[in-house]
Design a protein. Structure first.
Lengths: 279, 548
């Protein structure tokens, strides 16, 4: 084991392993800070500022998802500055995006007593839904630019680098290059971006269609852990089944083979199972 | 086969996690980014942590795109490259002497065998300059740890086992087996290739790779099963095909395979199968093989409608479970086999998968500590797991690093031989086959979902070759080998070198690529040389013009 460091979190002394982030240290002290862009298997992007905490002696609030704990740090997770920042972060995000399917953002709004209409009437990022393929749908009006999809597509998992954030200010958006449709881009449809999206901006086509038809019903969906039937890697698949039909495939974040990531065959290549002509 | 010969068990020696913490990754004949995408995630973690990635492949792929160096060898020249690397490593005393002395045997003989394999000689065969071979050898040998991964580019050759042995020799020279970040890893092509071998679905092995020729092993199984275990090894698949040809084998029971479309030399395969007196096919669809059958047993989809386990490429045994009801009369494989036995007059009980697994683990010590409960709770377990409290084995052959090594790992000298069919004036191109990311094997699984890139089969041809032949980009052309003929659209590609063309066998209903491939097989493994067949290309217009 490496060295440990001791710091104060909300007046409580906490000892953690060297290299632990403030977010993880707060978790350990059971003073959980809210997060949006942070994801357990991705490099922190420091994009959303939902996880900011106050560190004594620091001029600005710091992003706890990436700031590493140091010996003697004095951290406040619920100071007035922190609470105010969280509230404004939630209010700003709610003013530009549709949070209906973003439980973490809704939670942040609730815990920070955010006023969802405080900034409405300003610029908005509503835009048409892009359905350019039959595997997944992009509804970027739900996007909060958390960067998770970009990182899953890039260094952190897929290494395909098909998408990036393009544009500035209110024009900033996730783009597959020159505004292209996905089939014209480098996308390989692994859907790992969909897997890490926290807001429903990226969604499997089957789920999207069922939701549009008002038929997506979580209470009727069972989830079964099994293993993929394609190559010999041995990825765990969680089959989400509704009315005896597979409607979604995911993989657990803590699985030692997948870390939540799959390839296109594992995630979307399941139709053969339920083509009922197999007899 | 190669791993079994040298180490006694045919399985990858490392864990995927070893790719994260290694200095050097050598992939040979592997397009992991397309054929094993999630293993490629692990490989790229290692690259981001500082590992050098070198990919040996005759074709540019999504994998070579991410490599520090792509060694674009000519098809089937791997042993020349690997022997020359060994030559350099021995000549320049770069090998790990302490390990070689303590843990291996046959070094002197091996050193003699690569003595003539100068980089210059290999350069003429591989198309890779001597300087690059020297540099590659040096970097591999000087890396403190190195992982080797391979796939069908190594094993789908007439000298497949020799290819694997050449890789093993290289790893033994540098002590790159049995320690963290160092190992030999066949990346398995199918979900349960490893598990089939684990369970003894090999002609000369019983469950847990136990040797059929060992009387004590046979005695143990005879006692457990109450029947004598035949001493003589059965036939491998190639042996079965030969036996059909010779009328020695008249009935065949095919479970979950589609050999009519997946085996090389498809027309001949059809001829063989039509000779059978009885063909029984058990599958989830009426495959091309099923259409020839006398009896078809409709099976359940193993991963979504059935109980059991698969073993992956890092020896991880994991549970599969039913997530949905199977349609119609489809039944569990286990139920079908037991019911068939009952129909034949044996009193086999219909058992749950777990009961069969429990029986197996009592007989095979590799799996003894695995229970269904543990497999479920621990995201699977990597064998060997000799007892209940055992955490599973991240690595094999760690014993090679003990002070005293009793059972030393042998070097096995191997000689290079070219593919059985090399280009000739009549068949001037070399056809090599493989997979594309979105599709899989004969397409039984992958041709149902609606992938945006699904345009059916196409052939990759180098622009220069296409221009010489006057072939337009996307033009439908005829591809002819000594065994068959198909028509396929040809697209210009920088992925292949001039003289080589590439196809997959994902769309056999439209383009039966395996009518072209050669059924020359490795004498030990029985695997056919899917990776190299001589073909000629003809423009359809010209053929029509000649006809007029």
């Amino acid at each position: 084991m490496g060295n440990s460091v001791t710091l104060m979190i909300d007046g409580q002394s906490v000892t953690v392993a060297e290299g632990t982030t403030l977010r993880a240290a707060c978790d350990q002290a059971e003073h959980v800070v809210p997060t949006l862009c942070w994801h357990e298997n991705l490099t922190p992007a420091n994009a959303c500022r939902a996880c900011v905490v106050e560190v004594k002696g620091s001029r600005t609030l710091v992003a706890s998802c990436s700031r590493v704990a140091e010996d003697g740090m004095d951290v406040q997770t619920a100071s007035e500055r922190v609470l105010n920042a969280r509230q404004v972060v939630a209010e700003l995000l709610l003013s530009v995006s549709d949070a209906k399917l973003a439980p973490d953002l809704l939670h942040l709004a609730e815990m920070s007593s955010a006023d969802p209409v405080r900034f409405t009437g300003g610029a908005t990022w509503a835009q048409p839904v892009r359905q350019d393929n039959n595997l997944y749908v992009r509804d970027l009006s739900k996007c909060i630019l958390c960067y998770r999809c970009v990182q899953a597509c890039g260094d952190d998992a897929q290494n395909t680098f098909a998408i990036a954030v393009a544009g500035r200010g209110f024009g900033a958006h996730i783009d597959a290059g020159f505004g292209r449709d996905l089939p014209e881009s480098d996308c390989v449809y692994c859907g790992n971006c969909v897997a890490v999206c926290p807001t429903g901006a990226l969604m499997g086509k089957t789920e999207w269609d069922l939701r549009q038809q008002g038929q997506w019903d979580e209470s009727r969906i069972t989830q079964t852990e099994t293993i993929c039937s394609y190559c010999g890697v041995g990825c765990e698949l969680d089959l989400h089944v509704m009315d005896n039909q597979i409607v979604k495939v995911t993989s657990p974040q803590d699985h030692p083979v997948t870390h939540g990531m799959l390839c296109v065959k594992g995630r979307y290549g399941y139709d053969f199972v339920q083509s009922e002509d197999h007899h | 086969m190669g791993l079994t010969t040298v180490f006694g068990s045919g399985a990858g020696t490392s864990s995927y996690e070893d790719f994260h913490h290694t200095a050097f990754i050598l992939l040979v004949g592997s397009n992991a980014a397309e054929a094993h995408p999630i293993i490629f995630h692990h490989i790229m973690k290692g690259v981001h942590n500082g590992a050098e990635l070198v990919v040996v492949d005759p074709r540019k792929t999504l994998t070579t795109k991410r490599a520090h160096e792509h060694v674009q060898v000519t098809v089937g020249s791997d042993i020349a490259l690997l022997n020359a690397m060994a030559h350099v490593i021995i000549r320049d005393h770069l090998y790990r002497k302490d390990f070689v002395e303590r843990a291996t045997k046959g070094f002197d003989q091996f050193a003699d065998s690569v003595c003539t394999w100068t980089p210059e000689r290999a350069a003429a065969i591989t198309g890779i300059s001597a300087a690059r071979i020297e540099s590659l050898a040096r970097r591999y040998a000087e890396a403190p740890t190195a992982m080797i991964g391979w796939t069908l580019g190594i094993t789908e050759h007439h000298n497949a086992v020799d290819n694997v042995l050449a890789l093993i020799n290289l790893a033994l020279l540098c002590g790159n087996v049995g320690r963290p970040g160092a190992g030999l890893n066949p990346l398995r092509g199918q979900n349960n290739v490893q598990g089939g071998g684990d369970m003894g679905a090999l002609p000369n092995r019983l469950p847990g790779f136990q040797d059929l020729s060992d009387p004590a092993v046979r005695q143990k199984f005879s006692q457990a099963w109450g029947v004598p275990i035949a001493e003589k090894a059965g036939r491998n698949q190639t042996g079965m095909f030969e036996a059909i040809e010779e009328d020695q084998l008249r009935g065949l029971y095919v479970i979950g395979e589609n050999p009519i479309q997946s085996e090389a030399n498809g027309e001949y395969m059809r001829h063989l199968f039509s000779k059978l007196d009885a063909l029984v096919v058990q599958d989830i669809f009426l495959t091309a093989t099923g259409e020839m059958a006398d009896v078809v047993f409709p099976a359940r989809v193993s991963f979504a409608e059935s109980e059991g386990t698969y073993t992956n490429s890092e020896r991880r045994v994991q549970r599969v479970k039913p997530a949905r009801r199977a349609p119609g009369q489809a039944q569990d494989d286990l139920w079908i086999v037991a019911s068939l036995a009952q129909a034949m007059g044996y009193s086999w009980p219909i058992q749950e998968a777990e009961a069969v697994f429990d029986e197996m683990r009592q007989l095979a010590s590799n799996f003894r500590g695995m229970t269904y409960e543990r497999l479920e709770q621990e995201h699977g377990l990597q064998w060997p797991v000799p007892e209940l409290g055992h955490p599973g084995s991240q690595r094999l052959h760690e014993r090679l690093w003990e002070a005293e090594v009793l059972d030393k790992a042998p070097f096995t000298p191997v000689e290079w031989a070219p593919p059985v069919e090399m280009p000739t004036p009549d068949y001037p191109f070399l056809l090599t086959t493989g997979r594309r990311l979105a599709f899989f094997n004969t397409g039984v699984q992958s041709n149902v979902y609606d992938h945006p890139h699904k345009i059916g089969e196409w052939m990759e041809i180098h622009r220069e070759d296409a221009k010489t032949l006057g072939v337009e980009n996307g033009e439908m052309i005829a591809v002819i080998s000594r065994r068959g003929r198909v028509e396929v659209p040809a697209y210009y590609s920088d992925a292949v070198m001039p003289g080589t063309v590439f196809m997959t066998f994902h769309f056999p209903d439209e383009v039966m690529t395996n009518n072209l491939t050669i059924d020359a097989t490795d004498p030990q493994s029985g695997t056919a040389e899917f990776k190299a067949a001589a073909v000629r290309l003809e423009r359809l217009q010209e053929v029509q013009a000649q006809g007029l």
